[in-house]
Design a protein around this ligand. Sequence first.
Ligand SMILES: [Zn+2]
Length: 182
Amino acid sequence: MTPLIITRVSVAFLLVAWSFLDYGFVRGSYGAVLPDFWNLVVILLLTLLLMIPSLVFLPLWILPELLRKWKAGIRRSRCCCPECGQALENIGDICLECGPLNDRNGPDDRSLFLSCLTIWLGCWLVGSIAGESIARLDEHQFIQSQEGQSDATLSRERWKPFWGSLHWDEQTATAQATLHEY
Ligand SMILES: [Zn+2]
């Protein structure tokens, strides 16, 4: 395991956990039980909004490229080869060690930005899908335990770590959700 892999695994784990917990909070406060497609879209978008602060961790994902670019920028400003640091006559020269400079730019800013955006959105989806799966299992289990039982408990908390509680309305025979404790 190289430090880069450990860093990337940690960043991905952090983002998935962030998304999962945000999803649980939004799902609990939204109040819907077994939400339909459009409610799911709203919950997903609210979760994405809550994930915006986690963007500060994304530079860790491309840390080696950022350090390399930073070092190359300093070398270029001193009229040196951005790769090996050897002094050049003019910027845009051919380095005796590395060859033409333009061939050695590495990943450009756009592809770095896209890889960060992809990993961020990917972690958002994985955390949200995990959150939705657990919330649905929880709600199915609650509804099944209520149906056909007159002495069942009418309210209980959602499974941890989700926020809120589930309630059973005997008159309409439907489940409802609230954020507060029962
Ligand atoms: Zn060079």
